[in-house]
Design a protein around this ligand. Structure first.
Ligand code: PEP
Length: 246
């Protein structure tokens, strides 16, 4: 299982990060990997502190080129040089605030894999799309568009994050999570001939709901926003993972 923390444009204190590092072996003993994705400017510092630890550091976005005239952007190779081992791509906040298309996410995913980064590709429907009965169609379209068929499934992770559940305190029901993760699982088998890609759930995961969510079929972990800023909450989510689940 993987519990990935997306700090967004927040900086948890170094004290909180120190606690996460200190307690990461408890999660590892349960077969749970921890990944922390801070803002770009903290990557190098946190990666240095995490050296030798089981906790990994990732980024929240990257460009599709290795270098060039792209003001304000950071390439996946630069992230890897800073000590990141993973990157989140196509998060709904990038898709809505920066108008990122499936096509762009697909280019970024290939570039991230070229740089050797594990690549977390996010998909998920809006509330209007769910109310209109289009959730499955939207997620299927995002999967097809955001995952080029040349992508290596070995370094790929998919995160299902219903947009209406992100940062709202609302979560999808365990039935809806199970059916969407089942759909994604079969889509990945068809598209990339892989049954082993971890599928994370994201959307208001907290210590209080983690055990229920992480026990659903085809849930391989969680992508956690708000609750990843506090070491106690982040660790409680990791330790709520069912025993022996990869
Ligand atoms: C996220 O940002 O990916 C997320 C799931 O946020 P939160 O846990 O705060 O809903």
């Amino acid at each position: 299982m993987l519990i990935a923390g997306n700090w967004k444009m927040n900086a948890a204190s170094m004290e909180e990060f120190g606690k996460m590092l200190a307690r990461a072996p408890e999660a590892a003993a349960k077969g749970v990997d921890l990944l922390v994705c801070p803002p770009f400017v903290l990557l190098h510092r946190l990666a240095e502190q995490a050296q030798g630890s089981v906790l990994e550091i990732g980024a929240q976005d990257s460009h599709y080129e290795d270098e060039g005239a792209f003001t304000g952007n950071v390439s996946p190779r630069m992230l890897a040089d800073s000590g990141a081992t993973a990157v989140i791509l196509g998060h709904s906040e990038r898709r809505s605030d920066h108008r990122e298309s499936d096509e762009l996410v697909a280019k970024k995913a290939l570039a991230a894999q070229r740089a050797g980064l594990r690549t977390i590709v996010c998909v998920g429907e809006s509330e209007e799309e769910r109310d209109a009965g289009e959730a499955e169609a939207v997620v299927t379209r995002q999967l097809i568009g955001s995952l080029p068929d040349t992508l290596d499934p070995a370094g790929l992770i998919v995160a299902y994050e219903p947009v209406w559940a992100i940062g709202t305190g609302r979560t999808a029901s365990t039935d809806d999570i199970g059916s969407m993760h089942g759909l994604i699982r079969s889509g990945l088998a068809r598209r990339l001939s892989s049954r082993a890609v971890p599928i994370l759930y994201g959307g208001s995961v907290k210590p209080a709901n983690a055990s229920q969510i992480l026990s659903v079929d085809n849930v391989g972990g969680a992508l956690v926003g708000g609750a990843s800023l506090k070491a106690d909450d982040f660790l409680a989510i990791a330790l709520a993972a069912p025993d022996g689940r990869r």
